[in-house]
Design a protein around this ligand. Sequence first.
Ligand code: KIV
Length: 422
Amino acid sequence: VSVVRASAGVKRPEYIPNRIDDPNYVRIFDTTLRDGEQSPGATLTSKEKLDIAKQLAKLGVDIIEAGFPIASPDDFEAVRAIAMEVGNDVQEDGYVPVICGLSRTKFADLERAWDAVRHAKRPRVHTFIATSEIHMQYKLRMTREQVIENAVAAVKHLRSLGCNDIEFSPEDAGRSDPEFLYQVLGEVIKAGATTLNIPDTTGWNLPHEFGDLIAKIKKNTPGADNVIISTHCQNDLGLSTANSIAGAIAGARQIECTINGIGERAGNASLEEVVMAIALKGQDQMGGLRTGIRPVHIYPASRMVSDYSGMMVQPHKAIVGANAFAHESGIHQDGMLKNRETYEIMTPETIGLSRNPEDAGIVMGKHSGRNALSTRLTQLGFELSPQEVDDVFKRFKALADKKKGITDEDLLALVGDEVHQA
Ligand code: KIV
């Protein structure tokens, strides 16, 4: 029931970069085209990026991070094309998605990013610099003071270019000293940042740690009440969705994620998991949290990203995996045939996946039971007596022990044998 409620035309708050006019609205920031494309081997062409951006807009994504414009001339062109086209295209609910480009704090990067996104109705630049000791010492070779100086200068430079929707990320925040984070973040707010994104860059945090970090940042950073706090959770320990949800419960109102969870190393928080968790449990268990995503477009988006990027979706992937709505064991199949809510917490149709309404996702195999077999045989047009079904069932089990899956053709052959023997 909650899924239907969640997908039925959620009204979005008016978009103003740093204003939270609905305290329970969680903005979905999709970074499939930026962090997702950083998956080794997932390079996308400009045309593919534009198609995906259109699908993300249809899905109801609030902010599309279209790329890293300084990274290559192609990336610049792709971000610019998305800003021009998707960034000016009014969606069915009247919303025009924000188009964002990533940038280091170097002025040349910032200018390139702004140049790419400024054609959108709602352009955003996302700038970042690392704040953990290990990154500052070994990668940046900068002191804390230099990091603050760079961060503040970057935000001010963006303001001077005319950009008023500015996201700042302290990279590796999940391993940074919280006291230093409050200081950096307070300074970039003063300089004009409107969204503070908190990346758990190495997927190091546990959900309670990450939730705690978000709550402390909200409490201890001067000016934090006037900006949006965001999560960006990598999946190195398989905790990116749990951490993002913990962050939202602790007060983050933007979640960064990707379709199918693609991204650097073990990937990012997966959009479909985060969105469906909020759709199903946001109302009752998260104090009324909601998103503006239209879940019915999830499955087509998942297929498009997997086809274009070549990143296959594992069969048991939550929400969009091939087995996410399939049932093999006899006990589960029996339950499904009696009432689908026994083993499914959402319908496949909710995410835009159509399945034969009669088959209830039942897959015949060695764990299948007599009820599932008999139901399938009836669907195939056979009227067998209970004794005949018993006989077919015995042979079905013997065959299933030897094969990975049993097809309708196998069943036809088994019934043919039965008729022949009779
Ligand atoms: O993982 C990370 O820290 C990032 C930032 C640039 C947000 O991708």
